[in-house]
Every structure is written in structure tokens, then in C-alpha cells.
Design a binder for this molecule. Sequence first.
Ligand SMILES: Cc1ncc(COP(=O)(O)O)c(C=O)c1O
Length: 385
Amino acid sequence: MKSLSARSAVEPFHAMDVLAEATRRREAGYPVISMAVGQPSHPAPAAALDAAHKALHHGRLGYTDALGTLSLRTAIARHYRIRYGIDVDPKRVAVTTGSSAGFNLAFLALFDPGDCVAIARPGYPAYRNILAALGLTVIEVEANADTGFTLTPESLQAAAARAGQAINGVLLASPANPTGTVTGKTQLKALADYCHDRGIAFISDEIYHGLTFAGEETTALGVTDEAVIINSFSKYYCMTGWRIGWMVLPEDQVRGFERIAQSLYISPPELSQIAAEAALGASEELDVYKASYATNRDLLLKRLPEIGFSIASPMDGAFYAYADVSRFTNDSMDFARRMLSEISVAATPGLDFDPVEGHGTMRFSYAGAEGDMIEAMDRIARWLS
Ligand SMILES: Cc1ncc(COP(=O)(O)O)c(C=O)c1O
């Protein structure tokens, strides 16, 4: 039998492994609380569910244009005018099967094998894993208190010099996972300028937009027309399982992305596109959910340090607390495993986000119900005392 490709030796996405184990335990009857995976416990907005019901009733769901229905692309373009005061031509919008498909498309459309892409460490593990699986070189640039927990032109420059390699792409999330860092407009512009001057592709992951609790939420579209913007209905819109997201592309790159999307995915799911369009108008309902995350955030900001976990980064946006647990362990994988098996609380080991220093950190998602957060903190406090 032919053996697997080298690319399939990619690191597992540990948060997903923890989720799978938590699901198994829950099915076996344990009272599991999951703070492992970043997904809201709230349902998709009522208008989205309603639109989907109607579409199902109508019966026929088919392929759409590879870059999505004109109706949804136009609605997303309108969203930029309403939310950010920025005009976007709907032709620049590409609808994707979740932002995860957006990364695949962006990496394939922008880079050739061997190209080098810089990401922040700690950062979202799938970036590293997808890039590696596609045969691209990853430069992980440390984001710490000195760099404001984000990427800076100086940190990129230093990392490229250390690696002895030119950077072809920079990928930044703001708000960021797991650090919660919100990168402000001045810093974003400095990064965009740095990339422009050197012919580097700039990819801005804005999936946590709408979930900023401190600082200014800036889309890279406000500082450059050259960035690839990636976004999703998974987080603010509470639609993880619908697998629907979008990109805004530089005008002259749209066709290249479209060619790859046609063959890779044919089209994003039509049902999800219909629901997503309705969700764009549901901010009143979604802002109530956002307020529930803010309550959970306050709770964790108080309880985690009391337990002995210091908060390792700002928590300004997204719905994660990245905690330093080094007082209790130097092996976050084992800590996560024990926490799940001994007190049925699932959280993600820091090693997922930071292969160098994540052995002493854990990420707690606070997108769940407030009662669950309280119970989880109580269980951890009792467990460690
Ligand atoms: C920073 C970031 N980007 C992208 C994703 C993927 O989201 P989706 O594929 O559901 O749009 C996640 C999921 O947790 C994330 O944290």
C-alpha cells in the first residue's frame, strides 16, 4: 500500500482533539463543560434560521457562482459601508466555505511552493498547519508584551533576518486568537506599508470583528486596497456549523482566486449563503450575545488570577482568555488531559498556539453560557486547591 504523503504528517489541531474527547465523555454521561473550542453556545440569528427554513421548503438547492451569489456578495459589500463607512465593489467579495476555505484559497492563489509566510506566535494553529501542508515555509514571529502582542515591521524584519529568508506573505488576525489582541489602525497601516514597499502579500484575518471589548476595531480595507481580507459568519454571527465565510480581494486578483475556487470547491453551500445574508441584518440580536461574552470576560478576568492562572495577554477582543498556568504545570497537554478526565472541564493546551512556550499556557474560550463558566471556574479552583 502506498504510504501517506509527507504533508499528512502535519501537527494535529489539538483543540479539535480536545473537542472530540470532550464529546466522547459527554456521550458517556459525564457533565462536561467545554471551554476548548471557540464557538458560541447561542443559535444562529432567528432571521437566518427563518430564511433557511423557507429555502428548504422551496426545495431546490444547487451550485451557485464559485464566488457566491451576487445577492450575498452585494449584501457583504453593503455591510462594509454600514459598519466601516468603506465602499467595496461586490465584485471584490468572494464567499467561501468558512474562513478555513478562504485560507486555503489565499495561500494557493498568492504563494508558490517554498514561499515564506510570517504569522504571530502564539497564533491560530491552523495557519501553521495549512501552510505546512501546502509546502510553504512558516516563520513564526514572537508576539509578546514588547511588540504589543502583535506583529510589527521591526519584529518581521528581525524574524526574516534570523531565518535568512525573504518573507512573501504576512498573516495577521485582529482581534487575535488566542491572545485577544486588537491591532490598532496605526499599527495596521505600518504593517500594510511594510508589505506594500516589499511586494509582500498581506492577509488580514478579521473573523473576530464584532467581538471587540477594548481598543479600536479596524479593517485592513481602511488602510490599504492591497490586502486580502478574510472573514466568516462563524463567530459574531454564531454560525460555525454553517461553514460560511468571505474574502474581500484586491480587484486584479479576483479572477485568479475564482479559477482556484471553481475547481477546489465548485461553490459555497447555497443554503448557508441564504442564511448568511439574513444574518447580516441581525446585529440587534447578536449584540445581546456579545454582551453575554462581555459578562463572561469580566468573570474570567477576576476568577482566573484568583485561581492562580495569570492572564497572559490583553483579552481586548475575540472570546478567549490566554492564561499562564506555569505555577501548576510545565506540560499543558497533560494538564488539559487531566482537567478533562478528572473534573470534566475542557480547555485547549497552549502548545496548540505556541510550540515554543505554550507548555505553560492554556486557552479558555468564554463563548459559552455564563452558568457553565461559573461552574468551570469553581471546579478548577476546587481541583487545584
Ligand atoms: C483566528 C481564526 N481564524 C479562522 C478560524 C476558522 O473559522 P471558520 O472556518 O469557522 O470560519 C478560527 C476558528 O477558530 C480562528 O480562530
